[in-house]
Design a protein around this ligand. Structure first.
Ligand code: SAH
Length: 355
């Protein structure tokens, strides 16, 4: 039975499902889920990410977190965590770059939150030299100072989609037409969680609601507010979501969202505003949302690239120049991707970010 068959049977029995339920099944179904069954990263996969483009990304994030750890008096022990670590490349680069920071590795307990067995196996290989703990969710992270990175994790969380209809909202649903999966609309109803969006939307506008992100952000922010620490959350998206940002990606090209469930990556742009509101509500401060290019330049990516370049020529040198541009240039990833920093109230933001 394919995932299309499973979802079709479910809709026949229980009626149309939310876009969030559809996303969750496509990405994490135990047998057919996109992430559960494969390593989707790299040239042979469906998409690539900043840590896979260049080692400089993980190195600079590591140095920012290590400096934040020093600025907060080097708490020991502390949790060094990553959400959705993919192939483990970012964490491996981060650890290599922070080896020389006195006491950092000795105090760090490495915890990874990863839902995919296939990717856990990759992470185990990449981090074979370290003592690593894996978890299914953030609630399992120890109750102690938390220094955390999450790159392209929140964009994989399921969102619900709503169309404005007067003071009400119609939810976009996945149903059936002539036996095939198709989008439709539910009946108009009030949505208390979207009350604040009545001010900046008009009839027919589509907004997205990522309910799954709230408890995750609350959990991270509570640990940081209570015990100290910092979080660097990097993703494509912006301050307030407007419009349909759900997209399917297969073999580095756009695909149809409904045609091959479980065989294409599904993502949405991250709406950072609710994450900051959640952090604030538990007493954790946040830095001004910063474009990735600006953040990496402030951390000295150009100097780092020049150092690496001095040992290279030919193809590897061209690759390095292209990677630097890809990560930072406003027309590439530099502007589309944003960095959100969380830190304890009364402390300073992690280097690269501003209060
Ligand atoms: N951070 C990596 C990988 C990004 S892909 C990089 O930048 O290369 C998204 C990652 O999040 C994958 O590791 C995926 O398996 C994981 N993931 C997606 N949804 C998740 C969930 N609900 N819980 C835990 N991990 C999840």
């Amino acid at each position: 039975m394919s995932l299309t068959d499973i979802l079709t049977a479910r809709i026949r029995e229980a009626g149309p499902m939310t876009v969030a339920d559809y996303m969750a099944e496509c990405l994490l179904h135990p047998v057919h889920g996109y992430y559960t069954t494969r390593d989707p990263l790299g040239a042979a996969g469906d998409f690539t990410t900043a840590p896979e483009i260049s080692q400089m990304f993980g190195e600079l994030l590591g140095l920012s977190l290590a400096q934040a750890w020093m600025d907060q008096g080097q708490p020991s022990p502390f949790t060094l965590a990553e959400l959705g670590p993919g192939r483990g490349t970012l964490m491996a680069d981060l650890l290599r770059a922070t080896k020389a920071v006195p006491g950092f590795h000795a105090a760090a307990h490495i915890h990874l939150v990863e839902a995919s067995p296939a990717l856990r196996a990759e992470q185990e290989k990449a981090l074979a030299d370290y003592n690593v703990h894996w978890h299914d969710n953030v609630e399992a992270l120890p109750d102690q100072p938390l220094f955390l990175v999450a790159n392209e994790f929140f964009d994989a969380l399921p969102v619900r989609q709503f169309l404005r209809a007067g003071a009400n909202w119609q939810e976009k649903l996945v149903g059936l037409e002539d036996g095939a999966l198709t989008f439709g609309l539910g009946t108009a109803a009030p949505q208390p969680a979207l009350a604040y969006r009545l001010d900046d939307t008009k009839d027919g506008d589509l907004v997205e609601l990522c309910s799954a992100a709230t408890p995750i952000a609350a959990c991270i922010a509570t640990r940081i507010a209570t015990h100290g620490g910092a979080a660097l959350i990097i993703d494509y998206g912006d301050w307030r979501s407007l419009g349909n940002t759900l997209q399917a990606l297969r073999h580095h090209a756009r695909a149809e969202v409904l045609t091959a469930p479980g065989n294409a990556d599904l993502t949405t742009h991250v709406d950072f505003e609710p994450l900051t509101q959640t952090a604030k509500s538990v007493g954790c401060d946040f830095a001004r949302l910063c474009p990735q290019g600006v953040f990496l330049e402030r951390l000295g990516i150009t100097n780092r690239a020049q150092t690496l370049a001095s040992r290279l020529d030919g193809y590897p040198l061209n690759q390095l120049i292209a990677a630097h541009r890809r990560l930072t240039h406003p027309s590439e990833m530099g502007n589309l991707f944003k960095v959100l920093g969380l830190y304890p109230t009364g402390s300073t933001p992690p280097p690269g970010l501003e209060a």
